[in-house]
Design a protein around this ligand. Structure first.
Ligand code: SF4
Length: 460
């Protein structure tokens, strides 16, 4: 597979905004068909026009990860004006519609002013979309999480791993204590909890132990997402070694899960980009929920009109049961699957008094900045929202400065203004708002490749 040249990367910009969710769905369907990915088990273009969108509300971060997708210039960039963020939220809604997963991210989104963060989440929720807070957890206090849940936050995703070099934690296993503390902060809140873990050369052998932690907390944790090391952004660690591939990551997850998993039953976009598996959990044991590939694919196709609510699995189960009543042809295969699962889980079901939870695993295989594959970029299910429209996250991160150092144009009733990303001021002269790399890099909080790499551990 030839990689995109620098010229090709530079020439490619954001996609035009879809005119409507129907337009977005038709485009996604067309891309999947063109790439030969429109199988029955492909959700992109069937159920969803996009996997999720990333709304970056700040470029700043309070950590300095060894694998960071931000740019050496990010810390110098002021937070986008709230009006611009809200404009992007409205555009996401017009383009992709209700139920769109909107990742409120950065940088570290909790560095944004609290009232602004709450307003952003509230607006996403008010439009019927799902807001996910992507945080390293340092500032995600119980108090903030409760206010965010009240504002309509659906999911919180804690990013915790050894690339963050947190003081007092040398290994992933030691970090399980911190994961536990973060999980405690969400107790009783109506939030779906996710943990993000970077799989890298330094922690690959520990992945089963991390998965065992997620398994022990299945139900309270709904999703465990693993991102494979990629050479992108300001991170100093560089490209991953040969031991890490999607296949070996699957094997490590299976080791920790204690069961084989099926990562190809349900696709969201390009299979080289992301993989998804779902488990049933009872009494601390996991069971592969996707063992019947044909049934999963057939149900996915047939239930595209049924809304899945991750925050309320019982609501989703009720909707599916109701749907099943109207589609009796599926009853024998669904009941057969239920009977097989119940039999396989019988001992754990007795011990858990019939209580069953779900735990999903996601593997995301971001590309190195210099090894972008055009096919995957075109079929991308994970878009970053820019002023000019949505763009593949891999492509965005390979040319982040193009977006974050560009002036933002505002139309006022009587004039057009340009917001300068380094000063945060507005001017009527576009050339005064244009900044260069060198100008930004002089920022005193240099991070990633721009800083002197004597050991520096982040505080909590
Ligand atoms: S192109 Fe990159 S961001 Fe998009 S789905 Fe693939 S790996 Fe993810």
């Amino acid at each position: 597979m030839p990689y995109m040249s620098r010229e090709e990367i530079d020439a490619r910009g954001p996609e035009p905004w879809p005119q409507s969710p129907a337009d977005a769905l038709a485009r996604a369907r067309a891309v999947m068909a063109q790439k030969g990915l429109a199988q029955a088990n492909q959700q992109m273009g069937q159920r969803w026009p996009v996997g999720c969108v990333a709304l970056e509300i700040t470029q700043r971060c309070n950590l300095d990860c060894t694998l960071c997708y931000l740019s050496e210039n990010s810390e110098a960039v002021k937070d986008l004006p709230l009006a611009e963020i809200m404009t992007r939220v409205e555009k996401i809604f017009v383009a992709f519609g209700r139920n769109t997963d909107v990742q409120v991210t950065g940088g570290e989104p909790t560095l944004r002013k609290r009232d602004e963060l709450l307003a952003i989440v509230h607006r996403i929720h008010a439009l019927g979309m799902r807001a996910t807070l992507m945080t390293n957890g340092i500032r995600a206090t119980r108090d903030l999480l409760r206010d965010l849940a009240t504002a309509g936050l659906a999911d919180v995703a804690f990013h915790v791993d050894t690339t963050q070099q947190r003081r007092g934690y040398q290994t992933e296993v030691e970090l399980n204590a911190l994961r536990e503390r973060y999980l405690e902060r969400t107790a009783g809140l109506p939030l779906s909890v996710m943990f993000n873990t970077t799989v890298h050369d330094g922690n690959f052998e520990e992945i089963p132990a991390v998965v065992a932690f997620f398994r022990a907390h299945a139900g309270r944790i709904r999703t465990a997402s693993f991102q494979l090391q990629a050479d992108i952004g300001r991170g100093i660690q560089g490209a991953r070694g040969q031991a890490i591939t999607s296949a070996t990551a699957v094997a490590q997850i299976e080791r920790g899960a204690g069961t084989p998993l099926q990562f190809s039953a349900s696709l969201v976009g390009h299979p080289a980009c992301s993989r998804y598996a779902m488990c049933l959990a009872a009494n601390g044991s996991l069971y592969n929920a996707f063992d019947d590939l044909r049934l999963v694919a057939a149900l996915q196709c047939a239930t595209v009109g049924v809304q899945f609510d991750r925050a309320h699995p019982t609501v989703t189960a009720r909707r599916l049961a109701y749907w099943l009543c109207g589609h009796p042809a599926f009853l024998p295969s669904v009941l057969g699957w239920l009977a097989r699962k119940a039999w396989a889980m019988r001992e754990d079901l007795v011990r858990s008094r019939g209580r069953v939870r779900t735990l999903s695993f996601v593997i995301h295989n971001f590309m190195d900045a210099t090894k972008l594959e055009a096919d995957r970029i075109e079929a991308c299910a994970f878009k970053v929202i820019t002023a000019g429209g949505p763009i593949s996250m891999c492509l965005h991160n390979a040319k982040r400065d193009t977006f974050i150092l560009r002036p933002i144009r505002f139309h006022r009733t009587t004039s057009t203004l340009f917001w300068n990303p380094l000063t945060g001021t507005e001017t009527t002269e576009p050339e005064l708002a244009i900044v260069g790399n060198g100008e930004a890099r002089q920022h005193r909080h240099a991070k990633g490749r721009a800083r002197d790499w004597s050991p520096r551990r982040s505080s909590l």
